[in-house]
Every structure is written in C-alpha cells, then in structure tokens.
Ligand binder design. Sequence first.
Ligand code: ACM
Length: 639
Amino acid sequence: MLDVEFRLENSWHPIEGDQGGRFVFTLVNLSDRPLQDFKLAYTTLTRVKQDPLCENAVFLKRNANFHQFSPPSGFVLQSGQSWRFTVQGLWRPARHRTDGAKSAYLTLADGQHVAVVVDDLMLEGRVSTAAPPLLPEGELAEPFCLLPWPADVALQAGKDIPVALYPVSGTQPDDLKAIHGLNLLYRRLFNVGHVPFSLAPVQQGLALRCASEPMLASDAYELVFGDEILLTYGGAAGRQYGLTALAQLLHGCRTDAEVFHFPASGQIKDAPRYAWRGCHLDVSRQFSPVADVRRLIDIMAWLRLNVFHWHLSDDEAWRLEIKAYPQLTTLGVLRGPDEPMLPQLGNGAAPVGGFYSQDDVKTIVAHAGALHIDVLPEIDIPGHSTAILTALPELVDGQEAPESYHSVQGFPNNALNPAIEQTYTFLGRVFDEMVQLFPSKLIHIGGDEVAANTWMASPLAKALMEKEGLDGTFGLQSYFMKRIQKMLAERGRQMAGWDEVSHGGGVDPNGTLLMAWQKPEVGVALAEQGYDVVMTPGQAYYLDMVQDDAWQEPGASWAGTVPPIHSYHYEAVGDFPETLKARMRGVQACIWTENFLNRDYFNHLVFPRLSAVAEAAWTPKDNKNWLRFAALAPLVPQL
Ligand code: ACM
C-alpha cells in the first residue's frame, strides 16, 4: 500500500484579461476504493479572491492561505481515476513553481482527514525554464579564504599549511577559553573538518600569541603573520573575529590546497563596517527546532554577524512560552483540520505545532551570547495577531463585525485592539517575562502591515478615537505604539519595530530603532524623522525572494527578483545624505519562511545570499569583490 493514496497535481494557466490566471487541479485516486462525499482542502500563497469561478468544483471556504472545495454533488472518484477542476479569480498571477498548492488533504463524510500529496506547480501555456547558475565561477586575486573579507589585508602566501595553531605558553585563561570556543564552533559547523586550533603545542603547528589592545575598538582585531601569529584585539568580540579569520584561512587550505594558502607573512587589520549585522528568522510560519536555531546562530558567528532577530509570533503561530498565558502555546500554536487554527502554508491532515520553552530560550540566548550575538526578540503586534486572538478571544471587541478587515495575507480581523484595556494587561505580562529571558536592550514589537481599515468596525475603537481625538487606523496605531513604548521603558527597554511604526504620528524616535523593509527610500525618511534605522529592504535582503525570474526557481516574488549578485552589491547607505548616515546602524537579512517547506529550500534560498549580506555588513565598499565572493561563498556551511 502507498503511504499516501491521493495525489493532487496542480498547474497554472495565464488568461488574457485576467492577470490572476487560472489554477487547474487534478486529484488522482491511487487507492483501491471509490471516493465520494468528500471535501478537498489545500493551502497556497496564490489565494482566491472573494468569489472564485470554479469549473467542476464548488468553492466552500478560504481563510488566509487555506482553501476548501468539494466536487459537484453526487460525484464519485473511482479508484485509478481523477477529478479535474479549475479555479479562477486569483488575487495575483503565479510566477514560480512554489506559488501553487503547498499542501492538501481530504475530509471524508465521517469527518476523517486523509493525506494528499501535492508538489510543484506546473506552468501551462508558456515555456517553463530552469534558472541559470546563480553564482558565477569565482576568481581569487589573493589565495586566502576570508568571508567576510577584512577591511585591510596585506598578506603573502606561504607554501605550508600548519597542522594546527596553538597558543604560546603563558597564554591567559580567557584567551585559551576563546580558542577552545572557536574549536567547538568549528566542530559544530564542520563534522569532518580538521580542527584549526590545539591548546597544546603541535609539531608542524604554528604558535599563536594573543594580546588585548585597549586602543582598538571592542570588535576590532589585527593579525600579524610570521614565525608565530600575533592576534591583537580590542575586546572579546574582536578576539573571536580574529580567531574566526584564522579558522577560515586554515579551513580554505584544507578544503582546496591548490587554491587556498595560509599566510607566511603580512597582516590583517580589521573591524566591521556596521555595528548592526543582523539575520532575522521567522519561526512562526514554519517552526525551527532548537537545534536548527542554534546552527543558524553558529553560521552567523562564522560570518561575523552579530544580531539574531527572532520573529517569534505572527498570525500563523505564537512560539514563545509565556507562563502567565499557557494558552498561547497550546491554542495559539496548533494548526490542523480540527485544531484552533486552520492549516496554512504547507500544513496538511496532521496537526502541527512547536514552540520554545523558556528553558529553550535561555539556552539559545546563552549560546548566541557566547558567540557575541545579541538576540533581538520580536512579537509582532498589533497586526499579525491571529494566533494571539485565537488563544485569548477576550481581547476581541465582541461588537466588531467579523471579517471587517483583512490583512494583506488574507487574515480576517487579525489585530490587537488598542481600545481594549486588557490588551495592555496582556502585553505587560508578556513583556515582564520577556525581559527576564532576553538581555537585549531593544525589544521588537513588529508594527507592520496593519491593514488600512483595521478597527474601523470596532465600536470600542471608535469611542477611543473620539475620546483621544485620534485619526483613523494609524492614529489608533500610534496611540497603541506610544503606550507600548512607555511599557517597554518602564521595564528598562527600548523599542524596535518595522518601518510602519512611524505611521499616524509614530512614537518618540529617541532610542527607537526601525527596520526599513518596504523599500530603501523608507530608511532615509525614517532617519529624517529621527529614528535609528536598520536597512532590510525586501528588494535586496529578503532571502525568501526568488533568485531568478525562471518559473522553476522557488521563492516569493512580491518584492521582485533578488539574485545573489544584487544582495551582494546593494549599498544600503547609498541614498543617505551625509548628515543622516550616522542614523543608519547597519543592515540585516530577513528569512521569512512561508516557502521554506524543508531544509533544502532553506539552504537554496538562504545561501549564498546570507553570506552576501554578511559581507555587505562587514566589508568596506571598496573592498567588495563579487568574483572573490563567488569563489569563497561555497565554503560557507549551510543548515
Ligand atoms: C514585513 O515583511 N512584513 C516586515
């Protein structure tokens, strides 16, 4: 017997005069029994609008990316036969093979749910091409493995590869611990690679002398190569970056001794271009197990990134254990046909969940901290809050009409209501627990994508607008955000958020950091308003975007096509006038996971672009070199 006895094929067909085109679905019955009185559900980012036009099917329901249909009444799907139906009235065209159904299942007359396999979306009526190689053949002017490339490199290549680097006798315990830490990092990243360091002298090894130098910045380091290596560093972060550079140099030689050499003499003087070198991970749409989060943090350390932005909540799930509200990680996390939340984005007949216990969080924060990576936690409010509102329905204005507004992802009534006092009680308790878990000075509160008519059907919100003289949705949002800012300040923290936090009057920009994601110009506008800015424009730094226009290339495309060369060359600071440059704190890659159905998708989309953002974050513009990057990027470990 097959594991799964039903298969749904899907294709997309362009239609003149309807840019959304049409889906064609074919459900094949591979079981040995006929099927009747059933419903078919699938999830897709290419949603139907309100009333889709269906041939040979009846549309039953949509909630965000969840869709459900039934065959015409009386239809029997015989063993070995198929049911073909079409769906027209899509909110946008499909552009890539990942724009079709991501999951499907059947619900039988007795309520039982049955798994259905669904896979790539096929293209009809046009040629479906494969993408060309995304990285060219690399070219190294200097035979050294260093990524990101340092600020200042003047090295002469040697012939020999040291067996290992070992600390000179008398090395301070802190330095010994840091060297040991780097060996552990290396081993976690490369199961088979030869460790770079030995704490005891090694024959054919090279001695390493470490020295702190208060004149250097805390994240700066220098390396001088000769009969021994001298590593001077400003602080513990700089020491780690210097040791990482040494580990990379050796790793290159051992990976390909024809191409890479270890320096015989010369020096590296290095410090990061930007203080903020971030990588975000959305664990709401798809849950990342603790081991994967730790490995991503390890990879970040290898790339000298230093802020892990952990997107812990969204419409699809709340992932952070909050002891005051256990229902957040029971009701607010389970998606499935009979669960509090419907299947979305790849979920099928089996329920899915997943959350981080507070012990998990402590382990991850400590792991990152040891690698000089700050963890910036995000709970995404007031929009993107379906999971919260599912867990805590008392936060809904009972007088507000259902489906009175929809988020851009199609979730109905998905925002916390600023006019309900319990909203603030709830958030206060959540912040109380978060500040115990996360040492980060900033707490990210989301603030993105509140739909333009949000709360306008809520009598409570209307009354608050009148009382406070607030103007519409964004006046209310600003009122809400100001209160949140105050609540964070009472807990000794400052606010980070997405760029829309500035809407409707925004918040006090003093000490507030906003992430410019919608387009680069937004970053400059925010800086003009006095906000600190981190540049994360989707057009360059969203690693879920497709890397080529080819149909067969996976990923999202709303922000366009983002080939690795573009992520690499994009100069976020380029548009900032001199007077505002200081407000730009740095850059960040964002990993949104709607399309990340498995580890291979993750690796395909995240690499090499994460490395490209890391180099853009670290390396001075004039030292960037695309062909060198192309030669080095394949050596970066993946998830
Ligand atoms: C975002 O991509 N909605 C921040």
